[in-house]
Design a protein around this ligand. Structure first.
Ligand code: CP
Length: 318
């Protein structure tokens, strides 16, 4: 990870912040999934509530748009009995030039225990973790194209829920890998869990420059890449991170890479279809697939509450 060192573990190897999947062991990732499972009622799959974080204050700082991540972190905090502060960045002192560090230092002075931060700058949360007092924890809710580790963990939870064992799985990730922080974190987590085959399927223009260093199989043909896979993950085109003119034509993209029922038929019959959201229907995925019986997209969202509860409770228990 860039020049910033991985500083999310304390001297005893326990999670102090949650910034990236990189460098975390399989046992740490498994502990997060197991803790999340403890918050889900096994027969109904409803997320349960308790007051274990009563008296704690959690601050959500989202410098980029979000629906799922921000709200599931908020629900997770409330389900654990914590107080939640949602800073509205558009009307905050950020607009008067206050830095992220100064904003966080001020909120620390107001006794916030945990900061959930989404930021457009890669490494912003890692940098912050070096600078703030270690009495509070930081969760990276997405930094530029770099990492989205809580999304990757809810995706791992979903895969484990439906497929039980990671080791023999073939997982395909389709679409804009180049600009996807989700894909990077997913690939790191899938490798840590020992997934047999990780495939990425994308046109050359949507692959990152050093794709060979990621340890994945690369396909530019969708039907070949989908053959016999157990898990299909689709990604949206991240227009907001592209130069004007580099944005692919969405009709052409759907024509070549859109996930349709006919194409999904090349995967195993019991393959699950996932998407981190937001979905763009008719661009990377057909509505019939997004709403179809193999889709677990909305289950991912629900599991996201439990996974985020797990992260908060692990970070704030010591
Ligand atoms: N998956 C995800 O990060 O969605 P939001 O941008 O809505 O938070």
């Amino acid at each position: 990870m860039n020049e910033v060192t991985n500083n999310q573990l304390d001297a005893h190897g326990r999670l102090q912040h949650f910034l990236t999947i990189e460098g975390l062991s399989k046992s740490t990732l498994t502990e997060i999934l197991d803790r999340a499972a403890s918050f889900i009622e096994p027969t109904t799959q409803i997320v349960s509530r308790n007051n274990s974080l009563q008296g704690k204050t959690i601050a959500n700082l989202f410098f980029e748009a979000s629906t799922r991540t921000r709200t599931t972190f908020e629900l997770a905090a409330k389900y654990l009995g914590a107080d939640v502060l949602n800073l509205n960045i558009a009307v905050s002192a950020t607009q008067k030039g206050e830095t992220l560090l100064d904003t966080v230092l001020n909120l620390q002075a107001m006794q916030c225990d945990l900061f959930v931060i989404r930021h457009h700058e890669e490494g912003a949360q890692q940098q912050l973790a070096h600078s703030v007092d270690s009495v509070s924890a930081i969760i990276n809710a997405g930094d530029g194209c770099h990492a989205h580790p809580s999304q990757a963990m809810l995706d791992m939870y979903t895969i484990r829920h439906y497929k039980k064992d990671f080791s023999a799985l073939k997982v395909a990730i389709i679409g804009d890998i180049a600009h996807s922080r989700v894909a990077r974190s997913q690939i790191q987590a899938l490798k840590t869990f020992g997934v047999d085959q990780i495939r990425v399927i994308a046109p050359k223009a949507l692959l990152p420059a050093r794709i060979d260093e990621l340890g994945v199989q690369v396909f530019d043909d969708l039907t070949q890449g989908l053959r016999d896979v157990d898990v299909v993950i689709t990604l949206r085109i991240q227009r907001e991170r592209m130069q004007h003119g580099a944005i692919p034509d969405t009709c052409e993209f759907f024509h070549q890479y859109g996930l349709t029922d006919e194409r999904l038929a090349h995967a195993k019959p019991d393959a699950i279809v996932m998407h981190p959201g937001p979905i763009n229907r008719g661009v990377e995925i057909a509505s019939s697939v997004a709403d179809g019986k193999q889709s677990v997209i909305l289950h991912q969202v629900r599991f996201g509450i439990a996974v985020r509860m797990a992260l908060m409770s692990i970070l704030l228990e010591h």
